[in-house]
Design a protein around this ligand. Structure first.
Ligand code: ADP
Ligand code: MG
Length: 454
């Protein structure tokens, strides 16, 4: 039996989770050779075990990956009866610890990171394993099939940033996991917990995982780099109800507005709220596209993501003006925008929003990030029961130089508008106009809107 201690000097422990330990180690044979050694916490009975064959096969493929932004795997061994992986030692910090320290990334840093990770994913999402049989290894970590390698565990712990000799940064994707580990054990591990915030809707559904699932996870990482936290954070993985809510959010909740969250993060760190959001509109679109619920609506692979990215940098992505006047609920804003407004009550499908009425006719509908008709007040929601032009508010001058506001549903909407009553009870007819008073409310779909006279 080969012993770790006879082959390496351990310089330090750099990571240990439930299923492996990672060391910085120096080869005894060649003291110049400093490596990262990952030893799986799995005792093998013998070298003919199926698990070991799977492990070897998989490592054989990973060893062939040769890309500056993917950790280089050198070799695999059994040391102290445990499968072990010798790889390039990346001297740096994980994105997780950088975000913890710095709060968020600058736009330039984010662009640099995207350049490199999109390149890494282009490479493995189009990797053709010519000389292996068309197998499909499916694990909780990497997935290898003939035409693609899917990382399947992209998160900020698995991306390390290191400094190049020229002072620039190199981002390296690590932890192309090992499929032979007991899937049940992995499923219940801490590792799975950590992943949950990065896990694509189709994974929650137990559907086929493919390259767009990596795109989703990368999208969550990008969101986190820009705003300092994931779109759907979890406080306690052990709380079943939190996990159920998390699943629901990944499957159907809209992603909280990136610009708003970034401005909040900047305000928190700098003590002053920036006047404008520094995220280019095309970059916001890129992150949103990564985070589409439907995998078919995302970039299919790292290559598509790269193409969009470079088009964005070159100014070739058409962006719409940001939807005007969707204003965060913030009482201090009231003074600036005095006047009547509509408050949207937040729920699992819909973000909390304010909209000030300063036109004679305001159409209210579902905000949609695709080109096409958009209501004056496009509510940021994934509530499919709200139409694009669902209902309208008419403003009329009153005798005292003020205005009166009326609600109508004249288009008429598919699913109805319910004024001061239960949702789905008696809908407004398409000929009715009701006068709105402070505190009046109406339901459209599963979302409640409240009128404020201002
Ligand atoms: N090649 C490497 N170079 C430097 N640090 C590494 C390397 N591989 C892993 N690490 C560190 O060890 C931690 C755990 O390694 P990882 O392969 O992600 O194992 P796990 O399966 O436990 O997530 C990483 O988050 C990183 O901090
Ligand atoms: Mg990891």
């Amino acid at each position: 039996m080969q012993e770790l201690a006879s082959k390496y000097d351990i310089l330090k422990v750099i990571g240990h989770g439930g299923f492996s330990a990672v060391f910085k180690a120096r080869s005894k044979e060649d003291p110049e050779h400093v490596v990262a050694l990952k030893q799986l916490d799995f005792v093998l009975e013998n070298e003919d075990a199926k698990e070991y064959r799977d492990f070897k096969n998989e490592v054989e493929i990973l060893k062939r990956l040769d890309h500056p932004n993917i950790v280089k795997i050198y070799d695999e061994y059994i040391l102290d009866n445990k499968p072990s992986l010798e790889m390039e030692y990346v001297d740096g910090e994980t994105l997780e610890s950088i975000i913890q320290r710095e709060g968020y990334f600058s736009i330039e840093e984010t662009l640099e990171m995207i350049t490199q990770m999109a390149s890494a994913l282009s490479y493995c999402h189009h990797y053709h394993t010519y000389d292996t049989p068309p197998q499909h290894w499916l694990s909780d970590s990497v997935i290898i099939n003939r035409d693609a390698i899917i990382h399947n565990d992209i998160n900020p712990k698995n991306i390390i940033r290191t400094k190049n000799a020229d002072g620039g940064y190199r981002y390296v994707l690590i932890d192309f996991g090992l499929s032979f580990a007991d899937p049940d054990a992995v499923r219940h591990s801490k590792k799975e917990d950590g992943m949950a915030e990065y896990k694509a809707p189709e994974k929650w559904r137990g559907q086929l995982v493919d390259t767009p699932s990596d795109i989703y996870s990368l999208g969550i990482v990008l969101y986190e780099l820009l705003v300092g936290q994931v779109p759907f954070p979890v406080k306690d993985y052990k709380q079943a109800n939190e996990m159920i809510a998390l699943e629901e959010k990944h499957k159907s909740a809209p992603v909280p507005d990136i610009c708003r969250k970034r401005m909040e993060a900047i305000e928190k760190k700098e003590g002053q709220r920036p006047e404008t959001c520094d995220i280019p509109a095309w970059l916001e679109m890129l992150v949103r596209r990564c985070l589409e619920k439907n995998p078919l609506s995302r970039f299919k692979t790292g290559r598509e993501l790269s193409q969009f990215f470079y088009n964005g940098l070159d100014g070739k992505i058409e962006t719409q003006e940001r939807q005007a006047e969707v204003i965060d609920i913030d009482p201090s804003m009231g003074a600036k925008n005095a006047g009547a407004y509509i408050e949207v009550e937040p729920n699992i499908l819909t973000e909390g929003q304010h909209f000030f009425i300063n036109k004679d006719l305001v159409t209210i509908g579902r905000w949609n990030d695709l080109p096409g008709t958009i209501a004056d007040f496009g509510i940021r929601t994934s509530d499919r029961f709200i139409s694009k032009n669902h209902c309208q508010i008419v403003r009329k001058p009153d005798a005292a130089d003020g205005y009166r506001y009326f609600l109508q549903d004249k288009a008429p909407s598919k699913n109805g508008t319910y004024f001061n009553t239960e949702k789905n009870s008696i809908r407004l007819s398409d000929t009715t106009e009701v006068l709105l008073k402070e505190g009046d409310y109406f339901w459209i779909g599963n979302t409640r809107l409240i009128f404020h006279q201002g």
